[in-house]
Design a protein around this ligand. Structure first.
Ligand SMILES: [Zn+2]
Length: 259
């Protein structure tokens, strides 16, 4: 199927479905300058996430995680939402997209204007005290690190601060996971963007939607998961999703003209 035809088909599904959910992974933020740690090279080859982002390692040696965070802070601070994030926010404001479920912790969906975002892996824009749970903007932790501390601490109780992103080996928040499973179960259309679908239990969301007669639309430059897709949109999300929004608008205009 050519991309134009696939876009028309996807738009038709989205406009006519009662419940559309988007499920996004690292791939959607690559165009914002945040590297996917599963791809080789770059920052992640320097910091093995299995060590630097591991929860049991963090509890013993929090300075390792924060050392990596210092090295990555300019990458994270400079990242801006890209046209794919804005396209999803627009689909929400048009009334077509019910929710975004994301594996990302970069806060870019919210910054692009999406209001309904479920973050499976938490959010890296805040940090919390391991002892008293008080929450601060991540900039407060970074300020401490940049002024020479190896581990940022809570200004209230002196406890160790942690980023509010879920680390490897740490359980997902059950309320977020349950809500996401429910969304997947009742979604008529799931728009899957930039996720390799290798991380469990996130990959089960697609299977759950599918086994409940949901239609899967995958947007990805790689054909790796095309066997799971009813409609495959091959290409970078930053180029493809704005075109999908246009296709939805065209259908809406056509629908109104026929009334
Ligand atoms: Zn505290």
């Amino acid at each position: 199927m050519e991309l134009d035809e696939a876009l028309r088909k996807a738009a038709d599904l989205i406009v006519n479905a009662s419940s559309v959910v988007a499920f996004t992974g690292a791939g959607i933020s690559v165009e914002s300058g945040i590297p996917d740690f599963r791809s080789s090279g770059g920052l992640w080859s320097k910091y093995d996430p299995e060590v630097y982002c591991n929860y049991s390692v963090f509890k013993q040696k929090p300075e390792l995680f924060w050392k990596m965070a210092v090295d990555m802070q300019s990458t994270m601070a400079e990242a801006q939402p890209n046209p794919a994030h804005y396209a999803l926010a627009e689909l929400e404001s048009m009334g077509y997209l019910k929710h975004v479920i994301t594996q990302n912790v970069d806060n870019l969906h919210q910054r692009a204007g999406s209001n309904k975002v479920r973050e499976l892996h938490g959010n890296g824009s805040t940090a919390s005290c391991m002892a008293c749970r008080s929450k601060v903007p991540i900039s407060e932790a970074m300020d401490q690190l940049n002024s020479g501390k190896s581990v940022p601490v809570c200004s209230r109780c002196g406890g160790v601060l942690r980023m509010d992103a879920i680390l490897f080996g740490e359980p997902l928040q059950s309320s977020v996971m349950e809500g996401s499973l429910r969304l997947a179960m009742f979604a008529e259309v799931m728009l899957v963007i930039g996720t390799s679908l290798v991380v469990s239990p996130a990959n089960s969301l697609v299977q759950l939607c599918k086994s409940n007669q949901g239609t899967i639309v995958i947007c990805d430059p790689s054909p790796a998961n095309s066997h799971l897709a009813h409609v495959m949109l091959r290409g970078n999300a930053g180029e493809v999703l704005p075109r999908l929004v246009q296709a939805c608008k065209a259908l809406r205009t056509k629908g109104k003209a026929q009334m």
